[in-house]
Design a protein around this ligand. Structure first.
Ligand SMILES: Nc1ncnc2c1ncn2[C@@H]1O[C@H](COP(=O)(O)OP(=O)(O)O)[C@@H](O)[C@H]1O
Ligand SMILES: [Mg+2]
Length: 461
């Protein structure tokens, strides 16, 4: 078997089509066998009835015209049907032949009582005679029989037609199998070629779509979506790595400068040295804090924390977070007001991790307070609708331009207006990771003026 042939025979679709064909042929073969058997039985019964009817006619003739009448009827019948498919014999009481085309009384049938059998008188011989014998009132013997060639011919024709049908079905099955496997293999080859190009480094390559919307087109579209998603993830990992490298370079460079100064500063001034070490410690702490936050983010994004989820009421969490930030806010004359909307008054239960949810709310409040102008009020709203709990935090700060509203959720991203304020640009990344861990999400919107941070979480079932 050549490589190409064996390849299409090993293809799943070809095997399915072939199996289907074999089952169809098998089942219809069985059906035709049963049909033959039933038809044969029915035709044999009918032939037997014809023989019995004929013998009754001859018996009746005997009753009317005696043996001569029977002799004449037999002669007429044989003249009308000279092909040897009907057999007659009339013997007198002494066994002398008076009429008919049979030489002697045939042999008894081995399987059927009262019936006789012998090959047909037709030439060439192609069937057997089914005969009955009757002793008439004057002790003469009458034998009558018809041959069954019509039954054999019918069954033969049926079997031949079925055989041809099966051969055609098998052939069609093979052709259909070959075609379908070629189609399948063609599509798979395209996918395979795309995968090879991607492996070889052409990461932007995608599986071409034919627009037929068949299962292969849909599979290709899903694969392309998956590749796009992987591409986005790789891009975000790359961005994160770059920003980490960039962000750590500044404190590390500062630390290096300070160490350099300490190395060459002489004579050593104990107070100055203490100051230098304190500053170094602060820088190291900064770096350690960034690493701790990055590790925490990675843990949250891995989803492992879901196993510890419990039912958490968000209402007291929001209250606690507001109390925590109230002191800081009031120093800058910022008022924080809480509105509980509609069904939220009866409790906002979600499945989750209390500490993480508290941290998410705090991070959003922290930004609102941090970026609010002195005296600018902050509005917090807790609402429940369509089985989704919504926490909205509105501030009157500078707002986030629409083109940066997604970017600020990336790790270590801080906008220019925040350079002076403390932070590492990881707060919103954490909030989104926590929201997604709880199968919710977080977005920034235009607070007109200011920012509206929206945290949405599915209500516990
Ligand atoms: N309420 C807000 N108003 C204005 N800018 C905001 C607000 N929240 C977030 N931002 C912008 O998004 C950036 C990322 O926020 P975040 O991840 O919390 O980092 P951080 O608070 O450490 O700066 C902030 O530096 C700021 O530029
Ligand atoms: Mg923040």
């Amino acid at each position: 078997m050549s490589f190409r042939t064996s390849r299409w025979l090993r293809s799943l679709s070809a095997r399915v089509v072939l199996l289907n064909t074999v089952i169809t042929v098998g089942l219809s073969g069985l059906m035709i066998l049963v049909l033959c058997w039933l038809a044969e039985g029915f035709m044999q019964d009918h032939l037997d009835d014809t023989v019995l009817d004929e013998i009754r006619i001859l018996e009746a003739e005997f009753g009317v015209d005696g043996r001569r009448g029977v002799q004449q009827l037999i002669s007429r019948r044989l003249a009308e049907n000279a092909d040897g498919r009907q057999a007659y014999l009339l013997l007198d009481a002494d066994g002398r032949r008076l009429a008919g085309n049979l030489a002697a009384i045939p042999a008894k049938s081995p399987s059927r009582a009262d019936w006789y059998e012998q090959p047909t008188l037709h030439q060439p011989v192609d069937a057997s005679l089914r005969l009955r014998r009757l002793t008439l009132a004057d002790d003469s013997t009458l034998v009558v029989g018809f041959d069954d060639h019509e039954i054999t011919a019918f069954v033969d024709a049926l079997q031949r037609a079925a055989g041809l049908g099966f051969a055609a079905t098998l052939l069609l099955g093979l052709v259909a199998g070959a075609l379908s496997s070629q189609l399948t293999l063609g599509h798979l080859d395209i996918i395979n070629r795309t995968a090879t190009r991607i492996i070889e480094g052409d990461l932007g390559h995608r599986v071409p779509l034919r627009g037929s919307n068949d299962e292969f087109d849909r599979l290709s579209a899903t694969l392309n979506e998956m590749l796009d998603r992987i591409g986005e993830l790789m891009e975000s990992v790359k961005r994160a790595t770059e920003s980490i490298a960039h962000d750590l370079r500044t404190p590390l460079a500062r630390m290096r400068n300070r160490i350099e100064v300490a190395r060459f500063a002489a004579p050593v001034d104990p107070a100055g040295q203490q100051e230098l070490l304190d500053a170094l410690c602060q820088e190291v702490d900064r770096v350690l804090t960034v690493f701790a936050s990055l590790l925490r983010l990675a843990t949250i994004e891995s989803g492992v924390l879901r196993s510890g989820f419990q039912r958490v009421d968000l209402r007291p969490l929001v209250d606690d977070a507001i109390s925590l930030y109230e002191a800081l806010a009031s120093e800058r004359e910022i008022g924080v007001s809480l509105t509980i909307a509609g069904a939220a008054a009866d409790g906002c239960i979600v499945d989750g991790d209390r500490d993480l949810l508290f941290q998410a709310i705090c991070n959003l409040l922290d930004n609102a307070v941090k970026f609010s102008p002195d005296g600018g009020d902050i509005g917090v709203e807790l609402a429940l609708a369509d089985r989704v709990v919504r926490i909205c935090i509105d501030d009157r700060g500078p707002g986030v331009p629409v083109e940066h509203r997604e970017r600020v959720f990336d790790r270590l991203v801080r906008l220019d207006h925040s350079r002076a304020s403390p932070g590492f640009g990881l707060g919103l990344s954490l909030v989104r990771a926590i929201a997604r861990l709880h199968r919710g999400d977080c977005h920034l919107q235009d607070g007109a003026p200011g920012t509206r941070a929206l945290l949405e979480l599915p209500q516990a079932s």
